[in-house]
Unconditional design. Structure first.
Length: 147
């Protein structure tokens, strides 16, 4: 685990819940020295364990109310490899994540849209139009319990 200890793990968990918190507050809450907290965060970044700090968006407040996981079956194509298909899917607006997976399907995409109709347009008119797409299977999320 790249030489990380319990304090590093506590810092990582803390940052997952509040990545914008001041180092002083992190140190106080974790009962460690401020300089220690700052140095450890810097080392976690240098080691590549912390790749970036990001923002958690409330999509409902933006009117983006639909979240779905789209499973994609790949059929070998002279025009498109499985990886290049995944890269094309990743370029579609609203696609947040794309994974090459094992099992019944070959690619998994996490897709957001304002409406079910917009989601359908992304799946039918965009994803299914790419060479190499044998089929799709979409799962719409009712509620996210943990993100």
């Amino acid at each position: 685990m790249k030489d990380i200890d319990q304090i590093d793990l506590q810092i990582l968990e803390y940052l997952l819940n509040n990545g914008r918190e001041r180092v002083t507050k992190i140190a106080d809450d974790l009962n460690i020295n401020r300089v220690t907290a700052a140095e450890r965060i810097e080392k976690l970044e240098e080691k590549g364990i912390i790749e970036k700090f990001t923002v958690k968006i409330n999509y409902e407040m933006l009117g983006i109310n639909v979240l779905a996981f789209v499973f994609i079956s790949y059929e070998k194509s002279p025009e498109m490899t499985q990886r290049s298909l995944a890269e094309k899917v990743a370029e579609i607006e609203g696609v947040e994540e794309v994974h090459l997976i094992a099992g019944e399907f070959d690619i998994l995409a996490k897709v957001r849209a304002k409406t079910l109709r917009e989601l359908g347009e992304k799946v039918i008119n965009k994803i299914r139009s790419f060479p190499g797409v044998e089929g799709t299977y979409s799962h719409v999320v009712f509620e996210t319990v943990k993100d």
